[in-house]
Design a protein around this ligand. Structure first.
Ligand code: MG
Ligand code: MG
Length: 259
């Protein structure tokens, strides 16, 4: 899910506090999904778990009804193996060894928390475990560069360099993004770029940074359901995301459970 905003909306410390609450609810939903992931569970069951947690804490799903080819029909996206992002929950059952990527958005008091993770289902191949790990590690390579005065390209380049160091690829059509009252605000935060290029980072920016990784190619296509994005060569993929605030004291993750 991507959108095009025009100007960056800086957030006040009070707004960032609300985003932290939205982010924490989103983290609770993802944590409940993570704990439920096992061979045999359907992706629709995972969706229902996330929705219940979000509602219990007074949030609403940011994804459900999100504009696209048709309104997005669920609370989470569940993307399995070659599915990179935007997989729609349904009757499909998870299998031992699958790589499953879960993305979720929560709106609370008018602000959005957006985050995602990948994990292996049960015992998995070394290749599956590695691509899962590299997405999370790539996120933190980007995160280290989220300092006022640096550039968007410093985040992008850190992610791309790390991912490509494993021989993996990053997509060109899907990027991280500003996040706030809308899930997708300016600026875009690509997973590829050059250090020292792009917009200068400022205190009060809130960005969703989300490495997406493909094992065999940077090319993707969209399935006939018009939402699910897959690797063009059928190779494995993974995804990891947090929403982050850039502050005078450095970057703060808004969508984790602690802090
Ligand atoms: Mg997301
Ligand atoms: Mg996002």
């Amino acid at each position: 899910m991507m959108g095009l905003g025009r100007s960056v909306i800086l957030k006040t410390p009070e707004e960032i506090k609300i985003m932290r609450e939205a982010g924490r609810i989103n983290a609770l939903a993802l944590d409940a999904v993570r704990k439920a992931i096992e061979p045999g569970i359907t992706t629709a069951e995972l969706d229902s778990i996330a929705e219940k947690v979000i509602h219990k804490h007074g949030g609403i799903s940011t994804f459900k009804g999100y504009p696209g080819p048709y309104p997005y029909p669920a609370t989470i996206t569940v993307s399995i193996n070659d599915e990179l992002v935007h997989g729609i929950p349904g009757n499909r059952k998870l299998k031992e060894g699958d790589v499953v990527s879960i993305d979720c958005g929560t709106t609370y008091k008018g602000f959005v928390g957006d985050s995602a993770f990948s994990m292996c289902v049960g015992h998995a191949s070394h290749e599956a475990q590695q691509i899962v790990n590299v997405a999370e590690e790539a996120f933190f390579k980007g995160f280290e560069n989220m300092v006022a005065g640096k550039h968007i390209g410093d985040i992008s380049s850190a992610i791309q360099t790390y991912v490509e160091g494993y021989g993996y690829h990053v997509p060109r059509e899907y990027t991280g993004h500003g996040v706030g009252r809308q899930m997708h605000e300016a600026p875009q935060v690509p997973n590829y770029g050059l250090p020292g290029h792009g917009m200068i980072l400022r205190s009060g920016m809130t960005l969703a940074v989300e490495p997406m990784i493909l094992a065999g190619t940077f090319r993707t296509h969209v399935l006939p359901d018009q939402w699910t994005v897959v690797s063009a060569d059928g190779s494995l993929t993974s995804h990891f995301e947090h929403s982050i605030a850039i502050t005078e004291n450095g970057p703060i993750i808004l969508t984790d459970l602690v802090g």
